[in-house]
Design a protein around this ligand. Structure first.
Ligand code: BG6
Length: 525
């Protein structure tokens, strides 16, 4: 029997709804010659253009220090968007580029001229979005310069000025607070759109749908029924050519403070009263406030940090972190982190929340696994039910987006041999064209239409830093151990102990990945 029978047949009704048409706007990208712009922003814009979402009055003004002409910039954009169709290619013809320092008056003088020209010639209607995709240390500087040159306020009631800010937003609580002071000196909070691209992922948004559009899950989503929760954000890639940036970040800042906290908030928060941006964000921030902030000693006990050494990924030898480009030979930066968290509220008190993330792990997989208690009394013979695992609900955020529910079933035959099987819902099978979107397309669109629901409010960012700061402090002050793990393994042995101390063990998502979608499937032994 197929558990998702009835929706497995793809119909046009299931195709992703078209995004609404965006208003005219000049998108000013600071950091336009950088890696993020090429890998994420331009490809997302190209898709939006070709889908007909961008207005005819849309243009891009790139700003960066690289010494380029408009022509150089346009050919850079074309190279970054090889799949761009005619609509995109036509738009790129008008793109402009400003080469200069982020605090130099000439840079902003030229930018203003281009913006005026865009309003006159391209029909951008006075609407501006400033996208800060530079190195984070200049975010505040750029915001200040925009204000100084009068670029931060809308021309009239009908136009808008917004600023999109990339992560990382600060590198700890004091610097995030300081950045907020600088941002708020130039922009109102409602003009500031802080990006966390995980919020743009369909499967992350689906956490809300599963929890609040169904009657059967919510009643059991609490300490009475849930034994533990594990969040895994695993990557098989290393730091690629971002060694310089990663040296200043590490896994806790790069993934846990933002992506993991957002996923946890959506998984564990109470029901919002509406889908209004601030009602959802109010609930997320309430949940973040309930995450226990450890003392420095607890932070050492409840965390494991590690760095990868030489190993193999898919049979291919890969170098260790310290041998990567732009990484110090004695680097102490963690590429893996595992934490044991507590959520202190009526719903979740006492339920251990384990999170782990790492680079150069065996597979790319992001999932949330909610494991329920064992049955109070097992009717069946323990010997023949040894393969029975507790019920687990798994949200597969990527890849192979979907949801699985593991439960016990009788193996056909004379005896009551019970083992775990999985009921599997696959996005790909259920919805035609449901791509593994990386979120940028959706988020850039939402910034254009002014929908802040999927963006991070300042109080969320601050609370997330309050949660992770004690680990950073504890690691730097206590000289705590930086463990090692071979690339291509699931992290250091110490991380197993973190979980085993409460009688549990980490899930192996690779085994789960082998489950085929949409069918009742036996779990591999
Ligand atoms: C980014 C991190 O925020 O997320 C990267 O800076 C990481 O280090 C990336 O590789 C992972 O994103 P995704 O969408 O591939 O899970």
């Amino acid at each position: 029997m197929s558990p998702d029978r009835g929706v497995t047949e793809k119909t046009s009704r299931d195709r992703p709804a078209a995004l609404s048409k965006a208003p005219p706007v000049a998108l000013v990208i600071f950091g336009a010659s950088g890696d993020l712009s090429a890998r994420k922003i331009f490809p997302a814009l190209a898709r939006l253009a070709d889908r007909g979402v961008l207005d005819d009055g849309f243009t891009v003004i790139g700003v960066a220090r690289t010494d380029w002409s408009d022509e150089d910039f346009r050919s850079h954009v074309s190279n970054a968007t090889p799949g761009g169709g005619p609509k995109w290619r036509a738009l790129t013809e008008r793109f402009k580029y400003v080469s200069g320092e982020y605090d130099h008056p000439d840079t902003f003088g030229q930018l203003k001229d281009h913006l005026d020209e865009a309003d006159r010639i391209d029909g951008t209607a006075g609407n501006r979005i400033y996208y800060l995709a530079t190195i984070p240390s200049v975010f505040g500087l750029v915001a200040g310069a925009l204000k100084e040159h009068g670029c931060n306020e809308a021309k009239d009631e009908d136009s808008f000025v917004r600023v999109v800010v990339e992560k990382p937003y600060g590198r700890d609580l004091p610097s995030a607070l300081e950045l907020d002071v600088q941002m708020h000196a130039a922009f109102d909070e409602r003009q500031i759109f802080r990006i966390d691209h995980y919020m743009g992922k369909e499967t992350v948004q689906n956490l809300l749908a599963l929890r609040f559009a169904n009657a059967i899950f919510e009643p059991v989503f609490n300490r009475r029924y849930v034994d533990q929760i594990q969040v895994t954000v695993a990557e098989s890639l290393g730091v690629e050519h971002r060694g310089g940036f990663y040296e200043t970040a590490g896994a806790l800042r790069d993934i846990v403070q933002n992506h993991v906290m957002q996923v946890l908030a959506l998984t564990l928060m109470e029901s919002p009263t509406s889908t209004d941006a601030d009602r959802i964000r109010d609930e997320k921030v309430k949940l973040l406030h309930a995450i226990d902030i450890p003392s420095p000693d607890e932070a050492v006990d409840k965390s494991v940090r590690a760095q990868y050494v030489t190993g193999e990924i898919d049979g291919v030898a890969v170098v260790g972190y310290r041998q990567e480009e732009d990484v110090a030979a004695d680097s102490q930066t963690e590429t893996y982190v595992a934490l044991r968290l507590r959520v202190e509220n009526w719903r979740w008190s006492g339920v251990p929340i384990y999170v782990r993330t790492g680079k150069r792990l065996p597979a790319r997989v992001t999932e949330v696994a909610v494991t329920f208690h064992q049955v109070p009394f097992l009717l069946f013979d323990h010997q023949t039910s040894r393969d029975l695992r507790p019920n687990t609900l798994i949200f597969r955020i990527q890849p192979d987006e979907g949801i699985s529910l593991e439960f016990g079933a009788k193996v056909p035959g004379e005896k009551f041999h019970i083992r775990s099987v999985a009921m599997d819902f696959s996005y790909d099978k259920a919805f035609a064209g449901a791509e593994a979107a990386d979120g940028y397309e959706r988020l850039i669109h939402d910034a254009m239409v002014g929908d802040a629901t999927l963006f991070i409010r300042s109080d969320e960012v601050e609370q997330a830093w309050r949660i992770v700061d004690p680990y950073l402090t504890a690691w730097s002050e206590s000289g705590s151990t930086l463990h090692r793990y071979a690339a291509g393994t699931w992290g250091p042995a110490m991380a197993d102990l973190l979980v085993e101390s409460t009688g549990s063990h980490w899930r192996n998502p690779e085994i789960d990945l082998e489950l085929s979608g949409g069918r009742l499937t036996e779990l591999p032994q």
